[in-house]
Design a protein around this ligand. Structure first.
Ligand code: F6P
Length: 330
């Protein structure tokens, strides 16, 4: 996000002389009129390599936001804001679309490690998360091999299994479970047993946090309810599945949950480049009056797509991509 902020400031101020105001803690800053002026100086330049956002971020309940749209518009008017560039995932971009429908000049920038925003090949953050997860799985291979163990690794991915799939392929995992494809515990156990019967030393199973057992399964995950933002609260699929695998096949299992480690540290070069290009093109879109749009990556080119299109549905892992990953299972 810092790379986007820097690119917006460099382009909008450097090329057009715009003043840039950053609202703090996401939509909350707009609801409460909390902001800082961001200058085109050395300090801003140096945020490029720093992960996260100098502005802070916060989840906001969509209902609270919908009701607060009037307040957001007032904040923008009171501050004489000519255009808004929200950076975020599904929730942020949906709110950006609502604002745009109400006549606010908006250009959205897609951001999520989950890579589940539609109409763009990828979003920044995803490559960093996959790189971190891959590195962790590489390390788990070493110890799993020495101890002849089954290792489960839980990675992020609420609705979409892109992180699991890509890190699984990159690290040579023996099976990857995605939210898009409900799993059968017996099939998982059979695959593990087969591998050990073949004389192989270990089994690495990557599990997306949103993976679920098939409906006909006798194995059920604990219920976690929903949090204050309306998101399902996960109860730890990898731990629960690990216990079940151990119970069914009597093989020693160890589980690692990567959690927020995947969302931290220095962004990869790929993500810095993509975020920089998104920021530059978002500022240019503002100046060419292309509002109600989201910047997007198609192949190697940055383009624009209506926010209405981009927020219609999430981009899940399609069946043929899962089949590619499955070619290396077992
Ligand atoms: O939406 C991105 C994401 O990283 C998901 O993969 C994950 O489930 C969620 O955020 C975690 O959210 P929080 O930081 O609020 O716990």
């Amino acid at each position: 996000m810092n790379a986007v902020i820097r690119a917006v400031v460099r382009t909008a101020n450097g090329r057009y002389g715009d003043a840039i105001v950053g609202f703090q803690d996401g939509w909350r800053g707009l609801l409460e009129d909390r902001k800082i002026h961001i200058h085109n100086d050395d300090r801003t330049d140096r945020i490029l390599t720093k992960g996260g956002t100098i502005l802070g971020t916060a989840r906001t309940n969509p209902e609270v936001l919908r009701e607060g749209l009037g307040r957001v518009k007032r904040t923008l008017d009171d501050n004489g804001i000519d255009a808004l560039i929200p950076i975020g995932g599904e929730g942020t971009l949906t709110a950006a679309h609502w604002l745009s429908e109400e006549g606010v000049p908006v250009v959205g920038v897609p951001k999520t490690i989950d890579n589940d925003i539609d109409c763009t090949d990828t979003t920044f953050g995803h490559d960093t998360a996959v790189t971190i997860a891959t590195d962790a799985i590489d390390r788990l291979h070493t110890t799993a091999e020495s101890h002849q163990r089954v290792m489960l690794v839980e990675v992020m991915g609420r609705h979409a299994g892109w992180i699991a799939m890509n890190s699984g392929i990159a690290s040579g995992a023996h099976l990857t479970l995605l939210p898009e494809v409900p799993f059968d515990v017996d099939e998982v156990c059979t695959m593990i047993k087969r591998r050990f019967q073949r004389g192989d030393s270990h089994f690495i199973l990557v599990v997306a946090e949103g993976a679920k057992p098939a409906e006909q399964e006798s194995f059920h995950l604990r219920e976690g309810g929903v949090d204050e933002y309306g998101h399902e609260r996960f109860t730890g699929v990898a731990h629960q599945l690990g216990v079940e695998i151990e119970r069914r096949i009597g093989k020693e299992v160890r589980t690692t949950v990567l959690g927020h480690v995947q969302r931290g540290g220095k962004p990869t070069a790929y993500d810095r480049v993509l975020a920089t290009r998104f920021g530059l093109h978002a500022a240019e879109a503002v100046h060419s009056g292309h509002f109600g749009q989201m910047v997007t990556l198609r192949g190697t080119e940055i383009g624009l797509v209506p926010l209405a299109e981009a927020t219609k549905q999430l981009k899940l892992v399609p069946t043929d991509r899962h089949a590619e990953a499955a070619a290396f299972f077992g």
